[in-house]
Design a protein around this ligand. Sequence first.
Ligand SMILES: Cc1ncc(COP(=O)(O)O)c(C=O)c1O
Length: 417
Amino acid sequence: MDELERSGRFDHLFSESARATGGWSAYETWRSATAANPDAVSLGVGFPFPDSFPNDELLSAAERAFDGDGDRTLQYGGGEDAALLPEFVAERARTHGIDCDTSQVELTDGATRAIDAVSHAFLDPDETLFTEAPTFPGTLAVFRNYGVEIVGCPLDRDGLDVDALERELRARRNDDRPLPTLFYTIPTFQNPTGTTLSLERRRRLLELAAEYDFVVLEDDAYGDLRYDGEDVPPLAALDEEGRVVHVGTVSKTVAPGVRIGWVIADEEIVAQVNRTNVGASNTLAQSAVGRYFADGYYEQNVRELREAYEKRRDRMLASLDEHLGSAARWVKPEGGFFVWVELSEEIDVDVDTDELLSRAAAEGVIYMPGPTFFPAADGEGGGERFLRLSFSHGSLEEIDRGVEALARTVRTVSSPS
Ligand SMILES: Cc1ncc(COP(=O)(O)O)c(C=O)c1O
């Protein structure tokens, strides 16, 4: 059977929602540019740098989990080391001001799975979900699986524009249009903009959630990775109504491969999420990471990561200043992995970062084009003058080389003055 005959054979059996979902198609431009020049410096993906992984500590933690309680470690439900993890998750959340205990923690196989389980608990097809726009495409892919209307709300330098959100909510209520069930937000070191929602706006968002009766899904993937500035409490720490569902992960602070994430929420919500999080608990990984936490490695690793990422961020910002100058604008992120770059008026008005990417790949750098981060599945939703750079993965030398290649690319499309 050739390729053509093979494709579409099961269409009539696939679910309607599976056929409608875009999955990871938002990354298509990035994928083809990467394939076109595999040697280009990758400033596109938000991967941790390889040396950041605590291989020895994780290996020793896993060995100790096997030595101590091997049979139960490999059994359904896991052993005593896996059982340690919810308490560490709750304890860390308390250090960020979230008043919680283990009855409010549901472990999942990473933050994405946590968001999937929460979506399953709250979203019916054709309901409405609000999110920041731009936002993390991985979670947009999850939301698309649920067949919901996804409405993007704009951000500025201080994160989500809560006034714009309020206007949209009010207009919908006045016109009898659907109001959101969930609001998905990455308030701290947002992906892709790097912005952090101010305290005042956090409070306002929670007031709006109460007034318009929706749940706030707070994705705190980067919360432990602050390099400067003052800590701002997570939304879950400010929540007095139990309306915030807080999601965390060790993907950025230990390793994505261990696939450990969690939900922290009101007990009633956690019970519902537990029902939708069916069979999704890798207890072997939980044992290794539980022991890793118990041995005190986490805090130490995070301290080292903060130093390493701060250097990378500073190098990227210095390199952008030196090589791009007035051809682009960006906001200094106080933490996380990303710099969100806007092409300035000096650049030809017709330039679109999706189209520019193949030229950048040929010059030797891959970035993530702005349209990737907007809810419209066809990529026609905005962000054409933006691109995301990640300083998390490359070495300092690669960051310099990548930014120089980006500057060369941008110069080829500068408007003649
Ligand atoms: C905001 C945000 N949430 C979640 C994730 C993924 O988390 P996990 O690897 O735990 O699924 C990422 C990874 O890029 C992210 O940027």
